[in-house]
Design a protein around this ligand. Structure first.
Ligand SMILES: *Cc1c(COP(=O)(O)O)cnc(C)c1O
Length: 483
């Protein structure tokens, strides 16, 4: 059944079938999804998609063959640079996403260190405990060490003194987020900049989610602490355009203070008989579509368009925060610096996972965050422009759902409740992928069609009591089954 047909089929049928695949997806078009999808107006979407399609076949593999792409990339980076406090010394590239941008920044830092300190054999980066997992991925792929520095559990901000204390002879790069994805909280980048200069270290600012928001918030007159190249210790910045830049996915940027630094990002190879390879980014053959879409969005939105979008998102965020302040069983985590926020349950009669499930049943999509040593279990919201008109309804549903849950006893997973947590941890110590099935059975988790568990609340309760390493093992085994 699942094979390429002998004879090609009718295009209308094919496209209809493709559309049918989306039947089980989150219905994001309604604007009630607070993660994964970043949209502004339908008109902007149309412009971005037309621009995207218009450069789909062009190949960024070789900028001498397609100088148009070189120009688009230079102009996108050039137009972004002043927003991030940079001058004409700044060099950068468009990448496929925040993860690629960060991998490249870490690679550049490693190879800079190799060039500068040829005798150094071990390399370590220091990140706040709220840093995005892509830093762990970068360390994993590049075979270097990474150390997580606990943030203040109250503010979710890095304490720079703690990072200072962790610096050692292996350290090559400090990292701060502007802001963190999980809680929308900015690390003290100015203090990190001073530290980086004092210790002669590189400093990467992860502005993947904030880079196309905070500068406009500042232009609107809000107090936004400095986080860009205006701080002399900041040596590289990642900034996604496929989040608050409202460019279709596959578009981020990585910027360096100077070309001396950026050169360590570039890979060139002449060890085969084919075309010579010189790639600034991870991808080799790559479509010009995201760069064209980014360029088009910058021109279409203008500074004013982005400012208006940010003003609406900030008002939406304020409305959610105000609602949270009036719900004694919920607690905003830290003081979010933009329209990303997270809230936890303060009341043991209210399971944050059940609240997420119930909100999602009502047609919303909120993201669950498991508890970690320095951050409580939480519901996360990323509010982008197309969410804004739905915020009053969301606030109402939040209030109603909390009241409903508070008047019904917590739906404990019986087995989980019966199992002592330490016993469960013991069980998990020797996790074997073959245990995955038993585990699902144990939890009474019926696998829905497509292999996804039906009761996410129970899954989250279970994952929540496991250690990070155990979670990683379970999820890896799960993914290996899924695809
Ligand atoms: C989204 C995000 C990333 C990773 O970006 P991807 O585009 O998903 O690879 C990294 N850091 C932060 C702060 C982010 O919000």
């Amino acid at each position: 059944m699942n094979k390429i047909p002998n004879k090609g089929q009718d295009q209308h049928q094919i496209l209809a079938n493709l559309k049918a695949f989306k039947g089980q997806d989150l219905p994001w078009q309604a604007g009630k999804i607070f993660a994964y999808i970043y949209q502004t107006s339908p008109a902007a979407k149309a412009v971005a998609e037309a621009a995207y399609l218009s450069f789909l076949p062009e190949n960024g593999l070789d900028p001498t063959a397609f100088p148009s792409l070189l120009q688009l990339e230079q102009q996108v980076i050039g137009q972004l640079t002043p927003l991030l406090g940079g001058d004409e010394e700044v060099k950068g590239n468009c990448t496929s996403g925040g993860t690629e941008s960060v991998i490249l920044a870490v690679k550049a830092a490693r190879d800079y260190a190799r060039a500068k300190y040829p005798e150094q054999k071990e390399f370590e980066i220091l990140v706040p405990s709220t840093a995005h997992p892509c830093f762990y991925k970068a360390a994993h792929y590049l075979d270097i060490d990474i150390k997580s520095i606990a943030v203040d559990p109250q503010t979710q901000r890095l304490n720079v003194a703690d990072m200072r204390a962790a610096i050692n002879e292996k350290t090559i790069l400090l990292v701060g987020s502007a802001p963190s994805y999980a809680h929308g909280v900015m690390d003290p980048i100015a203090e990190l900049s001073d530290l980086a200069i004092e210790k002669d270290l590189l400093l990467h600012v992860d502005a993947c989610v904030g880079g196309m928001y905070l500068p406009f918030l500042r232009q609107l007159g809000h107090e936004v602490p400095p986080f860009g190249f205006e701080l002399p210790g900041v040596t590289s910045i990642s900034c996604d355009l496929h989040k608050f830049g409202y460019v279709p996915k596959g578009c981020s940027t990585i910027l360096y203070r100077s070309k001396e630094l950026r050169q360590h990002q570039i890979f060139s190879c002449s060890q085969w008989p084919g075309y010579t390879v010189v790639n600034p980014t991870v991808l080799s053959s790559k479509t010009g579509a995201p760069m064209a879409a980014a360029w088009a969005m910058f021109q279409y939105m203008g500074l004013e368009g982005y400012q208006n979008a940010v003003a609406d998102c900030q008002a939406a965020r304020d409305a959610v925060i105000e609602a949270l302040e009036q719900l004694p069983s919920l607690e905003l985590i830290g003081q979010p610096d933009m329209s990303l926020l997270a809230f936890a349950s303060k009341d043991e009669d209210l399971s944050i996972f059940d609240l997420a499930d119930q909100l999602n049943e009502k047609g919303w999509y909120v993201q669950v965050q498991l508890a970690s040593p320095h951050s409580p279990a939480a519901i996360h919201l990323s509010i982008s422009h197309f969410n804004c008109p739905h915020i009053p309804n969301f606030v109402t549903d939040l209030q109603v759902t909390v009241a409903e849950l508070m008047s019904t006893p917590v739906k404990e997973n019986e087995l989980l409740a019966a199992l002592d947590h330490s016993m469960l941890a013991l069980l998990m110590e020797d996790f074997d992928p073959a245990m995955l099935g038993q585990f699902q059975e144990l939890m009474g988790l019926e696998s829905a069609e497509g292999g996804l568990p039906a009761d996410m609340g129970a899954v989250n309760q279970l994952l929540n009591v496991l250690s990070a390493k155990q979670r990683e093992d379970v999820l890896l085994a799960f993914m290996n089954e899924l695809i």
